[in-house]
Design a protein around this ligand. Structure first.
Ligand code: ZN
Ligand code: ZN
Length: 208
């Protein structure tokens, strides 16, 4: 159960996110959120082989907050779309990744798609699960011009499907990937540096 931070309605809303649908609390539903409409099925797709295909439609049925539609997750990563508003991040702007503290100095793998700068600043102050990370000092931000992608493939752990799916990350074009399992999410590897979210937010406010 998440509780809304006090004062979240006072945080100025970027224009891009205004048309987004709301949940019954009046809370914005991000573009990559999974909706109850539609189904998720395994299909053979040209290029990616076995792939989790989702037919949910934003605004139809109930939003399943905290769950991500694999179809729109991949669209965001592939097409440089913002995971909050769903619009493209123009190439003259950098793509902003928000994630937990990466380990070491490496690129760090990120499953959450990029955001516009303004959408990221808004999300950090408003989204309950991001706020928890932000307050705990764990949340970090990387602004990058380019990022490369890897594939997260999944397969059942065994015969009992309730045991959940086993994920593994593959480089694109890896011939073992299609045999391992279905393409679920795309994983980005943004080259840092990673800045603590609080510092990034302070800097963004003064330069916006
Ligand atoms: Zn979907
Ligand atoms: Zn956006």
């Amino acid at each position: 159960m998440t509780t809304m931070p006090t004062g979240w309605r006072q945080v100025p809303m970027p224009t891009e996110v205004k048309p987004l649908p709301r949940d019954p609390r009046g809370y914005l539903v991000g573009w990559t959120t999974l909706w109850e409409s539609g189904t998720r099925t395994l299909r053979k797709v040209a290029g990616t082989g076995p792939t989790l295909v989702c037919t949910c439609v934003p605004g139809r049925g109930r939003p399943l907050l905290g769950q991500v539609c694999p179809q729109r997750q991949r669209a965001c990563m592939n097409e440089r779309r913002c995971q909050l508003c769903g619009l493209r991040i123009k190439h003259r702007f950098r793509a902003v990744f928000v994630a937990g503290a990466p380990k070491g100095d490496g690129p760090g793998f990120v499953i959450e798609p990029p955001l516009h700068r303004s959408c990221a600043a808004y999300a950090i102050q408003v989204c309950p699960h991001l706020i928890t990370g932000h307050r705990g000092g764990d949340l970090h931000v990387a602004e990058v011009q380019e990022y490369h992608l890897l594939e997260q493939r999944v397969r059942p752990q065994g015969r009992d499907l309730s045991a959940g799916l086993l994920p593994q990350v593959f480089a694109p074009g890896d011939t073992d990937a299609h045999a391992f399992g279905a393409l679920d999410n795309l994983v980005a590897a943004p080259q840092g540096p990673w800045t603590p979210a609080a510092d990034w937010l302070k800097h963004t406010r003064t330069t916006a």
